[in-house]
Design a protein around this ligand. Sequence first.
Ligand code: SF4
Ligand code: SF4
Length: 184
Amino acid sequence: MEEVIIKVERSNTNEILKKIKKYLRNDQKYLLKMEVNSSNNRDLQKIEQVIKAYNIKDLKKRYTYIYDMVCKDLDEKFSKENLCDFQNNKCKAVRDGHYCNSLYGCCYGPNRGKCKNLINNKCNIKSISCKLFTCRYLRKNNCKFFIRDIPLLNLFFNYRQKYLISYSIFIDEDQIIESLLKLK
Ligand code: SF4
Ligand code: SF4
């Protein structure tokens, strides 16, 4: 396999992502290697993840890596920034009267009741679509996740796959990955 050096400078993330997109057309031919010339690039971790995903040549393994990374990053963001701010089992939206009157945040719907995957106040599956979702209340406060802003999702998936990633709420990882492979 031919080796391609990806040079990371202080602020060349967009350039790097464009370059990698080009190499994706021939992803079995190249192996990407990162050369960090400036550790001040704020997107270093994102670039590392994209290069790692590119270098995984087995599609199922690549999709699983991407899926797990994006879920981990979203979980960390929700937890570090305390986005839903649960207190006494009530999230910020519910406490402020902006959402349905429930103890379970958006894992409850007035017509569908409590999600069957919520067991002992904990989600029992790993649905990337649920993790990407933010309610109207959070969106009003500028908290929304767009696939186009997440390079791992934006680069490696086509339009139909992105649609699936957005709308597969309540569905677990294995099933979503199988569907993504079929839509390749
Ligand atoms: S996304 Fe909104 S409704 Fe869902 S748990 Fe967070 S604050 Fe509550
Ligand atoms: S599947 Fe989605 S709605 Fe159901 S418990 Fe998990 S995060 Fe909540």
